[in-house]
Ligand binder design. Structure first.
Ligand code: CP
Length: 321
């Protein structure tokens, strides 16, 4: 499946879909982060709801497994008072051979206002957005919840929210992304957002087999030695080995990977003393990260999940506004 260009902004420059962070103006990224901040407080209320999307129908379409993204989109939609439907793909008519676009047409006939889409094929959310434009349904919004190796824009945004929360801004930071960059849609969205938000030094650290060959084109510094790459960084963003997207063996065993590339307390000590450790989840303890680090005070992995609800509330309310 190709990834055709599709404009994410309407004629007035407002967000129509959220498909990728690449090419999104800094003002839009910043306004999503700014809009998310007050939504965090909604969770502290006795009734955790605001009426912004009352009467709107949102469909969660997860053609690939998820714990965090699917659940936090559902919570976010409910906190905005929307009606959310989780389509169970394994028991849907997709299993009988119905095409993606036929499924979309049927859900449009049920008066959908927004689709949140995760798909193993890069470009699937773009395909749906283009289809909706072709059938004149510009009133329906698409949020990409992760497509193949391509993009995971709300993960990138919640990561930016987390960095801004703990570090106060972006302009002075050294950020390292560690592990399987090649297969990671999260890394692509992170690099796009960090670049747009003005991070002066983005490092990618990993074995040659797990780095894209055109890494330098992304404007990042490449390190094949984790100790060198972690030295004096402010933020360490770990990635899972995306075994489901690897064709053939690119690695030795997980134990050997951990020995060289796993984040241990000894390696983390090379970063700045107040460096934060992030991970999009799911964690593979003892593969890319040691439990002692994942559970340490420097880890902000669970706050990332909490911030994800507020960021997704911001995205959905901006799209539907
Ligand atoms: N970070 C992330 O996308 O996690 P899930 O696969 O559980 O949604």
């Amino acid at each position: 499946m190709s990834t055709p260009h599709h404009p994410q902004l309407d004629r007035d420059g407002r967000l129509q879909h959220l498909l990728t962070l690449e090419g999104l103006p800094r003002e839009i990224l910043t306004s999503i982060l700014d809009n998310a901040a007050p939504f965090l407080a909604v969770a502290e209320r006795e009734i955790k709801k605001v009426p912004l999307l009352r009467g709107k129908s949102i469909f969660n379409l997860f053609f690939e497994n998820s714990t965090r993204t699917r659940t936090t989109f559902e919570i976010a939609a409910k906190r905005l008072s929307a009606d959310i439907v989780n389509l169970n793909i394994s028991t849907s008519s997709t299993a009988k051979g119905e095409s993606l676009l036929d499924t979309i047409d049927n859900l449009c006939a049920m008066h959908a206002d927004m689709f949140v889409v995760r798909h193993a094929s890069s470009g699937a959310p773009f395909l749906i957005a283009r289809h909706l434009a072709n059938i004149g349904r510009n009133d329906i919004h698409i949020v990409n919840a992760g497509d193949g190796r391509h993009a995971h824009p709300t993960q990138g945004l919640l990561d930016m929210y987390t960095i801004r929360h703990y570090k106060g801004g972006f302009e002075h930071l050294r950020v390292a992304i560690v592990g399987d960059i090649l297969h990671s849609r999260v890394a692509r969205s992170q690099i796009a957002a960090l670049t747009t938000l003005g991070v002066p030094e983005i490092r990618v650290i990993g074995p040659g087999t797990l780095l894209p060959h055109d890494c330098a084109r992304l404007g990042v510094r490449v390190y094949h030695d984790i100790r060198e790459g972690l030295r004096d960084v402010d933020v360490v963003m770990m990635l899972r080995l995306q075994n489901e997207r690897m064709n053939g063996a690119l690695l030795p065993t997980p134990q050997e990977f951990f020995k060289v590339w796993g984040l241990t307390a000894e390696k983390l000590a090379l970063a700045k003393p107040d460096a934060i450790v992030m991970h999009p989840g799911p964690l593979n303890r003892g593969v890319e990260i040691d439990s002692a680090v994942a559970d340490s005070p420097q880890a902000v992995i669970l706050p990332q999940v909490t911030f994800g609800i507020a960021v997704r509330m911001a995205v959905m309310s901006m799209l539907a506004a």
